[in-house]
Design a protein around this ligand. Structure first.
Ligand code: S3P
Length: 172
């Protein structure tokens, strides 16, 4: 498939555990495009894990790093998956609003909960009940919606998600 990106990256957004990294890697393999997971990029550049950054420098500092490296990755990669909380930072939100191909992956919060409950690598999911996670999810939905070009139900297999995204991008 020939996808004309015209230097506009495909950016995957959505809550934790909605499959952004899985879909991003799958798209990279299928489309032979460059791909980066923003969390992974931050860890590589900062030589720290995400939980270490949260613990030692705090979430606000992590959000600043997210913004800094988002700017970086936008100019370097064709496909980027972002962390679920990127929309918590106004500067990141504003920057994402300017991007064309922002894809929102979304699925039932109960499914997300099963996937991420007590994940030690996710400080904002660790030790959270289903209700607490639901509240966090609800507080973020309008911002995902505000910046997304399309919303995809990610409670389906990855090849179907891929088909849905590429069909929409090529029928522009
Ligand atoms: C976060 C989501 C994580 C990561 C960090 C904070 C959040 O990314 O950026 O742990 O606040 O939702 P994933 O969405 O890839 O889990």
């Amino acid at each position: 498939m020939l996808l004309q990106l015209n230097k506009t990256p495909i950016i995957l957004i959505g809550f934790m555990g909605t499959g952004k990294t899985t879909v991003g890697s799958y798209m990279r393999n299928q489309l032979k495009l460059s791909y980066m997971d923003l969390d992974q990029y931050i860890e590589l550049k900062e030589h720290m894990t995400i939980p270490q950054i949260f613990d030692e420098q705090g979430e606000t500092h992590f959000r600043d790093l997210e913004y800094k490296y988002l700017k970086d990755t936008l100019n370097k990669f064709d496909i980027i998956s972002t962390g679920g909380g990127i929309i918590e930072n106004q500067a990141s939100l504003d920057l994402l609003k300017l991007q064309k191909n922002v894809i929102w992956l979304d699925c039932d919060i109960e499914i997300v909960f099963e996937r991420i409950v007590n994940d030690p690598h996710r400080p904002n999911a660790n030790n959270k009940s289903l209700n607490q996670l639901k509240n966090l999810y609800s507080s973020r939905i309008s911002r995902y919606n505000e910046i997304a070009f399309m919303k995809v139900n990610s409670n389906q297999n990855v090849s179907d998600i891929y088909q849905e995204i590429t069909t929409s991008l090529t029928s522009d």
